[in-house]
Write a protein that binds this ligand. Sequence first.
Ligand SMILES: [Zn+2]
Length: 238
Amino acid sequence: MIVNVSALYDKSCTCRHCQTTFSTKRIRSGTLTMVQRDSVFYTTFKEQSLNPIYYTVSVCPQCGFAFTDQFRDRLAPWQKQVVDEHIAAKWTPKNFGSIRQITEAIVSYKLAIYAAELTDQPHAVKAGLYLRLAWLYRSQENVAEEIRFIDMAVNEYEQSYIHTDYKLGDKEMSEVRLLYLIGELYRRLEKFDLAIKYFGKALAFRNHTIESGIIRMAQDQWQLAREEYKEKKEQKIG
Ligand SMILES: [Zn+2]
């Protein structure tokens, strides 16, 4: 595999649990050629082996605490204690600081999800991890795992909507974008009634948002979800 190594750089990180300093790879923004962005904002690049989401998670080689830039900066004493008991005590030193293959990327997300659940990170942060893990499984054509993690992602995005913590996961996220995303994830799960409900909520922003691209996408996917819903109902009857 030819890797455009110049796009990668080493970033120095400090573990938010044990304060160990370690290095992890990142991808320089703007170095990859975008091929496509799909309806849930999953971006594919020409340089497939250099998917930036492979490097979102930093894994401390010393204690095993895995986190992203969106995790809260500090761990409270109770969080440190659960990380000690459930992660650090069971960890065998392993380094994720080199070029990652997809299997290592998947492991890094599972570690981060475990850490995020244990330390009660914002819903938006957990949702983003679940969604990216679903994308990784999609790229492996593992539909069962993709669906399983989309289901977990949409639950967290709904909680994020209810608790309005969505800016904590992605500063580009807006309410209308979140509503659209929840709708589209429900559509992929074939929960069309819920998809239609959330697209409807997004479309209610029609005259109150500058994000006209999102409104157009919500309109298209709302239409699609209605057709799919009808088809499904007809299949049931027939
Ligand atoms: Zn650590």
